[in-house]
Design a protein around this ligand. Sequence first.
Ligand SMILES: [Zn+2]
Ligand SMILES: [Zn+2]
Length: 136
Amino acid sequence: MEVTNCKNCGRLFNYVSGQRICDACKQKAEEKFQEVKQYLEKNPHDSIDAVAKETDVQVKQIKAWIREERLILSYPSADGIVCEKCGKPICSGKLCEACKKDMANSLADAFRKPEEPKPEKPKKDNKNRMRFLDHK
Ligand SMILES: [Zn+2]
Ligand SMILES: [Zn+2]
């Protein structure tokens, strides 16, 4: 355990793990998260900007929650978040379905790529051959 300053409020606190944010700020953030979540449930068609204004949370923070898939938009929109690869509006996470599939495929390729290592010749064989050559 170490004592460090909270990244959010600057207060000293006992840091254990994860983000360097004190318990009070963590709790506040969690309350804000619940507020945003409930607001989104009641107003599924509001843009992120509107949600941010209504709940007094930064747009950046809301988008971070969506990227973490803690929040899911009810419909994809260009002023929400977009796929990091192709720029298509998405509801949550980092990639659209198509790019997720692409990613999975290329990952599978990456695993398939390395050619099977050729089985090494048993060392015993070599030794025998050496001995044979020696005798010659
Ligand atoms: Zn704090
Ligand atoms: Zn995409």
